[in-house]
Design a protein around this ligand. Structure first.
Ligand code: KG4
Ligand code: ZN
Length: 339
């Protein structure tokens, strides 16, 4: 089965092809125009998706070696995300599926991230169960994954997401958007122990996260710092702030492993690209003999490969969406989770 995946939930126009459970092509057109505004401008995002969607899909098909006639299904993100951005991808996918009489499936963007660790060959029976730490710009979740559509929430952020903590911290530090990579670069050469930022929720016996206090701590720290010191101190501040996020994540996943007994961990979402997070997680996994994996870097952040893979698995299971499917900017995997 050959499935085309389409993703336009935020500021990446992306298309990918999965054939029999393996990724065979992926194209991502990042919208760099938003950088000048320090964040994603919804109207600009929709217009750029509209401008690029046809050529991105054409390139994904061309590089896959498959033609439009070979497709057996179309998968598309229908939420969560920006309404106007989602509409471009969803309507494109509907039109294609309608015109070619192809099975069509809407995919939850966050469910796509859950499967980004299995793009090489798709999951198999031994892949389950696994614990997924999903750390993106809008969500920080810990999921127990038992199979396709079988997800139990283990923990979630009670306020900001980890990616949001990076983005808001970067803004306070005068760094560019997106904040995660900017803080990671600014932290180079800085001392991660130079400032004692809080580790919210550390040691608590549940698996939930909290990041809003950390951002507030950075705000007050910066207020006490003389203006002429800010530039020179930036590497230390960025390194210490990044360390606080990383250690908070580490502590919570530690707790989740303890509570669930799961030994296999997949990390996914934009923040899983962070080198310091990977370094600390790898050291812990090695010491505790845990099996930990990450998506290749280009599939940590938004892409259509993960949407094509999630769609492929649902289509293979015989599921279909109707053409009455509408975008759902507030779609939440939590609402469809098992208790
Ligand atoms: O998964 P994603 O691309 O989009 C959402 O679904 O939200 O995640 C974007 C988030 C942003 O908050 C961005 O700052 C963060 O991922 N991010 C990183 C890194 N690359 C992206 N955070 C830390 N380190 C990185 N290298
Ligand atoms: Zn995402």
């Amino acid at each position: 089965m050959i499935v085309l995946g389409v993703e336009t939930s935020c500021d990446e126009t992306a298309a990918a092809v999965v054939a029999n459970g393996a990724l065979i092509s992926s194209v991502i057109a990042a919208q760099l125009d938003h950088r000048a505004y320090g964040g994603v401008v919804p109207e600009v995002a929709s217009r750029l998706h509209e401008r690029h969607i046809v050529s991105v899909v054409e390139r994904a098909l061309r590089t896959s070696g498959a033609s439009i006639d070979d497709l057996d299904g179309v998968a598309v993100t229908y939420g969560p995300g920006l309404a106007g951005a989602l509409i471009v991808g969803l309507n494109f996918a509907k039109g294609l599926a309608q015109a070619r009489r192809l099975p069509f499936i809407g995919v939850d963007h966050m469910e796509g991230h859950l499967w980004a660790n299995f793009l090489a060959e798709g999951p198999h029976d031994e892949s389950y169960p696994y614990l997924c730490l999903l750390v993106s710009g809008g969500h920080t979740h810990l999921w127990r994954v038992e199979g396709v559509g079988s997800y139990t929430l283990v923990g979630r952020s009670r306020d900001d997401a980890a990616g949001e903590a990076f983005d808001k911290g970067a803004r306070l530090l005068g760094l560019s958007y997106p904040g995660g990579p900017a803080i990671e670069i600014a932290a180079q050469g800085g001392d991660p122990h130079s400032i004692d930022f809080p580790r919210p929720m550390k040691g608590s016996d549940h698996c939930d996260f909290s990041f809003s206090g950390l951002k507030t701590a950075l705000f007050y720290y910066l207020r006490t710092l003389p203006e002429d010191k800010k530039e020179a101190e930036r590497p230390n501040i960025a390194a210490a702030y990044q360390e606080a996020i990383v250690e908070s994540l580490l502590d919570r996943i530690h707790q989740a492993v303890h509570r669930t007994g799961l030994r296999k961990i997949c990390v996914a979402g934009g923040v899983s690209a962070n080198a310091r997070l990977r370094e600390r997680l790898d050291a812990w996994a090695e010491a505790d003999k845990l099996n930990i994996s990450y998506p290749p870097l280009e599939y940590c952040t938004d892409n259509a490969a993960m949407i094509a893979m999630a769609g492929y698995m649902h289509l293979e299971a015989g599921e279909r969406s109707g053409f009455e499917l509408e975008v759902n900017p507030n779609l939440s995997l939590v609402d469809h989770a098992q208790d």
